[in-house]
Design a protein. Structure first.
Length: 446
C-alpha cells in the first residue's frame, strides 16, 4: 500500500468542536437557511409554509428534493427554486452532455466561501503549499471541477499546471519531464490515462495522486503503484457533486470510500429510500444533503442518488467531524465521466417500438475502462432478424438521448456498449419484491 503521511495542513477550529457546539452551529445555520429559502424562493415558500422553522433542530421531516424537481425549478426550465435573480454568479452543468442536464447556480460569494472548503479537503488528504500540481480535471462545457480546483491551488500556494482533462498524455509526459511536477489531480480515468503515457523518468517524479468523480478500483491502485515507483500518497479528491458542491473529504487515516463530512457546511442524512426515515448507525441507506451555505439555490434534503453508511468511533486524525462510507449509486451508474440515469435509458428504450421499460443497466470494467451493458425486455418474442433491427434502433436511441456516451465510446474512453434483448419476463427481478433489479455495478461487487 502507498504510504499515507499525516497532513501538515492545520485543522480548522470547527473540525475540533465538541458535539454540542457543532450541533448548535449546524442548527443555527439550518434555521437561517430555511428562513431565507421560505422568504425568497416561491418553490420553498409553498413547501415550507406549514413548518415552524424556528423550532426545527434537523431537516428530518422536511420535503425531499429530487433531481426531477431540481431540473424543473431552476434555469432554464424555471426559476422559482432560486431566492433571487441570477446575477453575479456561476452556472455549472451536471450529467454530462445530455438532452436533459441539470444546472446549478452558485453566487459569487458562495463560490468564494466554497474555495476554502476545497483547501480543507485537499489539505487534510495531504496536499501542501509548494507542491507542483498537474490539474487534469475536466474543463469547459460548464463543468465545475477544474474551475474550483484551479482556484483552490492558487489559494493554497501550489504551483499550478492547468493541463485540463483534454491534454494529450504525451503533453503531460513532456511537461513532467521539464518541470518538477510531483502531484497529479483529476478525474480518475484522466489520471490513469496520463500515468499510462508517462515515461520512466517522468513517472519517477510523481509522489501524490488525487482522484475524483469515478471509483478507483483495487487493480488500478496496484497498477498505479507499479507505474509510479515513488508514489507515497494516493487519495480521494473529496466527495461532492456539481449540484451541491464539496461534501466530504479524506484525512490521512481514511481509506477506500470512507470520508469525513464537512459538517459545518453540509447536513447529511442517511435514510431509508422508501420512508426517508434515518437508518441505524452502520446500516446502508440513501444520502440526502442539505447545503447549509447555499442560499441563491437552496438544496434542502436533496436526494443525490448515492448509498452510504455511517462509520462509528473516533478518527485518529483528531477531527470530530462524522465519518461515512460511500457504497455506490442507486439507479444511476457512472460510466467513464458520464452519469447514466436509469430513466434516461428507459427514455431511449421506450422510444423504440417493440421494447419495454423493463430493463437493467450493468457496469463492468476491463483494462481500466468501463463498459455499460443494457438488458431490455422485448414486448413479445421476435425472430433473430427483427431483433437485430431493434438493436440498431436502440443503439441510435441511446446515442440520441445520451450523446456523451457515444462520444466516450468513439474516443476509446469506455468500451463499446453491450446491448441485449431478453424475452418478456427475463430481466432479473428481486426474489422478495418481484421488482426489476434496475442497476448493478459489478465493479463494486466482490
Amino acid at each position: 500500500m502507498a504510504l499515507r503521511r499525516t497532513s501538515e495542513y492545520p485543522l480548522s477550529p470547527v473540525e475540533t468542536l465538541d458535539a454540542a457546539k457543532l450541533r448548535s452551529l449546524r442548527v443555527r445555520k439550518l434555521r437561517e437557511l430555511l428562513a431565507i429559502a421560505r422568504a425568497g424562493s416561491p418553490y420553498y415558500a409553498d413547501r415550507l409554509a406549514a413548518f415552524d422553522l424556528a423550532s426545527l433542530v434537523s431537516p428530518e421531516g422536511l420535503p425531499v428534493l429530487d433531481r426531477h424537481a431540481l431540473r424543473a425549478h431552476v434555469p432554464p426550465n424555471g426559476s422559482d427554486l432560486l431566492t433571487g435573480p441570477l446575477e453575479a454568479a456561476y452556472v455549472f452543468r451536471s450529467g454530462g452532455t445530455t438532452g436533459s442536464p441539470k444546472f446549478s447556480a452558485f453566487s459569487r460569494d458562495e463560490f468564494r466561501r466554497i474555495v476554502p472548503i476545497f483547501q480543507r479537503t485537499y489539505g487534510a488528504a495531504g496536499l501542501h503549499a509548494g507542491d507542483h500540481v498537474a490539474n487534469l480535471f475536466v474543463s469547459g462545457s460548464l463543468y465545475a471541477s477544474f474551475v474550483f480546483v484551479n482556484r483552490m491551488l492558487e489559494e493554497m500556494g501550489c504551483v499550478n499546471y492547468p493541463f485540463t482533462h483534454h491534454a494529450p498524455a504525451e503533453t503531460v509526459n513532456r511537461h513532467v519531464g521539464w518541470f518538477p511536477i510531483n502531484t497529479l489531480v483529476g478525474i480518475t480515468s484522466g489520471v490513469l490515462a496520463a500515468v499510462a503515457g508517462l515515461e520512466e523518468t517522468s513517472a519517477s517524479r510523481i509522489e501524490k495522486v488525487f482522484y475524483g468523480g469515478e471509483h478507483l478500483h483495487d487493480d488500478e491502485r496496484v497498477w498505479l503503484r507499479e507505474r509510479l515507483p515513488n508514489l507515497r500518497l494516493l487519495a480521494s479528491a473529496g466527495y461532492g457533486a456539481v449540484d451541491t458542491g464539496i461534501l466530504g473529504f479524506q484525512c490521512a487515516y481514511a481509506t477506500g470510500a470512507v470520508h469525513h463530512l464537512h459538517a459545518d457546511h453540509v447536513w447529511l442524512e442517511i435514510v431509508d429510500p422508501e420512508t426517508f426515515a434515518p437508518v441505524a448507525d452502520g446500516d446502508e441507506g440513501t444520502v440526502l444533503v442539505t447545503m447549509l451555505d447555499r442560499t441563491l439555490m437552496p438544496l434542502l434534503r436533496y436526494d443525490l442518488g448515492d448509498r452510504a453508511r455511517w462509520i462509528e468511533g473516533a478518527c485518529p486524525c483528531g477531527r470530530n467531524s462524522p465519518r461515512f462510507e460511500l457504497l455506490g449509486r442507486q439507479d444511476d451508474l457512472r460510466i467513464g465521466i458520464a452519469t447514466v440515469a436509469h430513466d434516461e435509458v428507459v427514455q431511449a428504450a421506450t422510444s423504440v417500438r417493440g421494447l419495454t421499460s423493463r430493463l437493467q443497466m450493468v457496469k463492468e470494467r476491463e483494462d481500466r475502462r468501463d463498459r455499460l451493458v443494457v438488458r431490455v425486455e422485448l414486448l413479445e418474442s421476435l425472430p433473430a432478424g427483427a431483433r437485430d433491427q431493434l438493436l440498431v434502433a436502440l443503439d441510435a436511441a441511446l446515442r440520441r438521448v445520451k450523446p456523451d456516451l457515444g462520444t466516450l465510446v468513439d474516443t476509446g474512453h469506455i468500451h463499446p456498449l453491450v446491448l441485449e434483448l431478453l424475452e418478456p419476463g427475463s430481466v432479473p427481478r428481486s426474489p422478495v419484491t418481484g421488482k426489476v433489479i434496475r442497476t448493478r455495478d459489478l465493479t463494486l461487487e466482490a
